[in-house]
Design a protein around this ligand. Structure first.
Ligand code: SF4
Ligand code: SF4
Length: 345
């Protein structure tokens, strides 16, 4: 572990902004919320935030991206792969968002072998930060994502005038090459461990049982339509809980034809299983026409289906869905705890 002065960390970020061809983005205040956005200077960066509106997922899986373009001449189509492979340098990522990106890597790189995602991901740098402020909706400690030991190139922990820096990859090591650092002392390493241990006690909310029990609980709750209908009664099918979630990865692909009819593009954009038409297929058949079915599907997918397929619970406990749901019915911690209580009543 290394230690870097606060001013030298700022200088490193300024250097990256000035000389790295990739866009340097980081957490900034935006009115009453925090967002990941382009950094003009290190002064704009905020590392003691609680929760950003959207996660840094948007830099490896953009809300909308062109995958290919095509032209037609006579009866021949010429297609060109267009997805932008440029990565970002992302500064200030909380551990639960790093865990979410590792989960997406498993899906898009290891399983789907999705080239547009892989190239953006491999060209990106993730600089994590140990949480200093815990959002009131967050239950990351219950999901094992309040701290992580992988998924970052560098991980910084605020020690006051200095930051402890854990180097996670060769790329992270290379970033520090021209920066003044020193080896951390035994006391500083111990201080980081204490900060991480204290952090786990700082959560107001917790899942009342181990997440590994979710698949069994959810399977047993599948047919409890009274429960799902009751919850879904207030749901507006707005899809916000999908959009803000760092682990939701559903997308739709559209062919967009230009007005000349001979050229166009293929676009991928985020989709969400709470939206009414998400499960609509040819001839208008909708597999989840009722809001309660969509609502149940989201919770089943997070805690059961994805676990069975990929070995991960697809919720890192960030709390974004809870914070942003205007109907206050999107909270996995509350839903799972209620289901568990009902099962043990
Ligand atoms: S649960 Fe909340 S955020 Fe999600 S679709 Fe329903 S109203 Fe919107
Ligand atoms: S389901 Fe909600 S709490 Fe869980 S990762 Fe997604 S947004 Fe965060």
């Amino acid at each position: 572990m290394k230690v870097i002065d606060r001013s030298d960390l700022d200088a490193l970020i300024e250097e990256l902004i000035a000389s790295d061809p990739r866009d340097v983005v980081g957490v900034q205040e935006d009115g009453e919320q925090y967002v990941f956005d382009h950094l003009e200077s290190a002064d704009e960066l905020t590392l003691d935030y609680d929760l950003t509106a959207l996660s840094p997922k948007k830099y490896v899986m953009p809300q909308r991206e062109t995958l290919l373009t095509y032209d037609r001449t006579d009866d021949e189509y010429e297609m060109r792969a267009e997805a932008d492979p440029t990565g970002h340098i992302v500064v200030g990522v909380h551990p639960y968002d790093l865990a979410a990106i590792e989960h997406l890597d498993k899906i898009f790189i290891d399983t789907l072998q999705d080239e547009p995602y892989r190239r953006k991901r491999e060209n990106s740098v993730l600089i994590g930060v140990t949480m200093q402020d815990v959002a009131d909706n967050c239950f990351a400690a219950s999901m094992g994502t309040a701290t992580v030991d992988s998924g970052y190139d560098l991980m910084v922990t605020d020690l006051g005038d200095t930051f402890a820096v854990d180097i996670g990859t060769f790329e992270g090591d290379r970033l520090l090459e021209s920066t003044k650092t020193r080896n951390a002392t035994a006391e500083e390493i111990e201080r980081v461990a204490e900060i991480e241990a204290d952090l786990k006690d700082g959560f107001d909310r917790e899942l009342a049982f181990p997440p590994a029990e979710l698949p069994t609980l959810l399977e047993a709750s599948y047919d409890d339509m009274d429960f799902w209908e009751d919850y879904a009664e207030q749901c507006l099918s707005c899809g916000t809980c999908n959009v803000v979630c760092p682990t939701c990865f559903c997308f739709s692909v559209d062919m967009v034809r230009d007005l000349d009819g001979d050229s166009g593009r293929q676009e991928r954009r985020w989709d969400g299983c709470l939206l009414e038409d998400f499960a609509t297929v040819a001839q208008g058949e909708n597999f989840r026409e009722e809001v309660a079915q969509r609502h149940r599907h989201r919770f089943m997918r997070k805690g059961w289906y994805i676990y069975e397929r990929y070995g991960d619970v697809a919720c890192v406990g960030c709390g974004r869905c809870t914070r942003h749901c205007v109907a206050d019915v999107a909270d996995p911690c509350e839903v799972y705890n209620e289901l568990r209580e009902a099962q043990h009543a």
